[in-house]
Design a binder for this molecule. Structure first.
Ligand code: HEM
Length: 451
């Protein structure tokens, strides 16, 4: 079976674009989308033919209605397994389902509400350095959001006892290993060389050192029963629905680290893009300040008051539309299939291209414009459910989406009730997509205390 009815990027064009593709794949995909339309095919890495689509019917088919025919590609499984073991993020079938059911219990509204005091405590602690930096001049929002989410996501997972140095060591290990995985994906022919030169062993050592940090916390939990709630507690104590027994320690270690990989950098990138957009759209920052003043005031922030911040959440959804941290999702077809009229042969790579979907003019009016009112209820109801998919969709929808939304809302409410924002540069911030859609360089914003 061959892919049909879809425009194709020729091998020559793909070859000529190879360098640009490594530097900024989104720019290249956007060029193809502009010339070829919402769905096209190309040879990924010069080898496998891939279908790239921005049509919501296609995304819904692959991610939801026929999800059983699509598995995560080797990018997410084979290379990750080598460093992270098998956990929720990179398992399939029954094994995935039992993990998903267990981990999802950690994200119920009541569990999220019980984690809020810890989040607020961590954020208050981080604000001291932020305030000092903001008083001295413009700050790099990205640098501070990396600090904020490392503390907040890190302690939600590993608990209050995790020190800044330990969290930093885990985050550094994750980013070094991810950079190495990207190298293996882009230059697979060098993998034997990495083994011979000892490069692979170096990254295994980094991983073992990060594992040791988490294992120390697991052992400490075994020795004393902890008070309060965090993910390590859930992973060590909550029983699987089928066996009624909890995870073994090695498995809890893998799941805790996978939550950190999935939840930390995604959140810092999303918070950064949102604050940048608010800095260049002061009218929306003012609307957020008005609702924060009305519902939160200067008192303590509660789960109930966060729920009232509807415009803040609309701004976050619009930021996630323009700058989705996961700019694409990749899958492999297990059997021949047809999705929204496109014939997909067994073994083909399929790419729900989130960034392009969020800018597809058939779905979004004037897509480059920042307009949070697109997320008013009637507009959302009128749109295809797979037009806005920053958290993916179907059964593998991001399990942490409610935590990400409440954490970022908390950060924005905390900052905007104290400050007005001024973007400090003439040129817009450019994107630097790697695995995630990072900003290219710093994001300088002046935080001016509100009158
Ligand atoms: C703005 C922040 C976030 C974004 C944009 C985001 C996005 C996504 C996306 C697109 C997927 C689906 C990937 C796929 O189908 O291949 C996903 C899965 C996942 N996310 Fe998130 N995520 C965010 C925050 C979080 C947080 C805070 C956590 C937890 C602490 C988390 C944990 C996970 C896990 C465990 C999965 C795998 C779920 C499964 O396969 O069943 N994410 N995320």
């Amino acid at each position: 079976m061959a892919i049909s009815n879809v425009p194709h990027v020729s091998r020559t064009t793909a070859f000529l674009d190879a360098k640009h593709m490594v530097q900024n794949p989104v720019e290249v995909f956007e060029r193809y989308r502009a010339s070829l339309g919402p769905t096209f095919t190309f040879h990924f890495g010069g080898a496998k033919r891939a279908v790239v689509s921005t049509e919501p019917e296609f995304l819904q088919h692959v991610l939801k209605t026929h999800h059983g025919n699509y598995v995560k590609s080797h990018i997410q499984t084979k290379h990750m397994v080598e460093f992270q073991g098998v956990g929720l993020v990179n398992s399939h079938g029954e094994e995935w389902l039992r993990r998903r059911k267990l981990v999802a219990r950690g994200f119920t509204p009541s569990r999220m509400a019980s984690m809020l005091p810890l989040q607020i405590e961590v954020l208050d602690g981080l604000m001291a350095r932020f305030e000092a930096d903001a008083a001295a001049g413009p700050v790099d929002v990205y640098e501070h959001m990396v600090r904020f989410t490392l503390g907040m996501v890190g302690r939600s997972i590993f608990g209050r006892a995790a020190t800044d140095a330990e969290l930093q060591q885990i985050a550094d290990a994750i980013s070094e290993i991810q950079a190495y995985i990207v190298e293996m994906i882009v230059q697979p022919y060098l993998i034997p060389w990495f083994r011979i030169t000892g490069k692979a062993r170096r990254y295994q050592r980094i991983r073992r050192e990060a594992d040791a940090v988490v294992l120390r916390h697991i052992e400490a939990r075994r020795a004393t029963s902890s008070v309060g709630y965090d993910f390590l507690k859930l992973l060590l104590e909550e029983p699987f629905h089928d066996t009624q027994s909890p995870m073994e320690e090695g498995q809890a270690l893998v799941e805790a680290l996978q939550l950190m990989v999935a939840g930390n950098e995604t959140s810092s990138i999303a918070a950064t893009w949102l604050l940048y957009l608010l800095a260049i759209h002061p009218e929306h920052a003012a609307r957020i300040q008005a609702e924060v003043d009305a519902h939160v005031g200067q008192g303590p922030i509660t789960a109930a008051s966060l729920k009232e911040l509807e415009h803040t959440v609309r701004c976050l959804h619009e930021a996630l539309r323009l700058y989705p941290p996961f700019w694409m999702i990749d899958r492999i077809a297990l059997q021949d299939d047809e999705a929204a009229g496109v014939k997909i042969p067994k073994g083909a790579m399929v790419i729900p291209y989130i960034y392009g979907t969020h800018r597809n003019t058939a779905l979004w009016d004037d897509p480059e414009r920042f307009d949070p009112d697109r997320f008013l209820k009637p507009a959302v109801q009128a749109r295809h459910p797979f037009a806005h998919v920053p958290f993916g969709g179907g059964p593998r929808l991001c399990v942490g989406n409610s935590m990400a939304i409440s954490q970022i809302t908390l950060i924005v409410a905390t900052l905007l009730r104290r400050y007005d924002l001024r973007y400090e540069r003439d040129e817009p911030v450019r994107t630097r997509p790697m695995m995630l859609l990072r900003p290219d360089g710093d994001v300088p914003v002046r935080f001016v205390p509100r009158a």
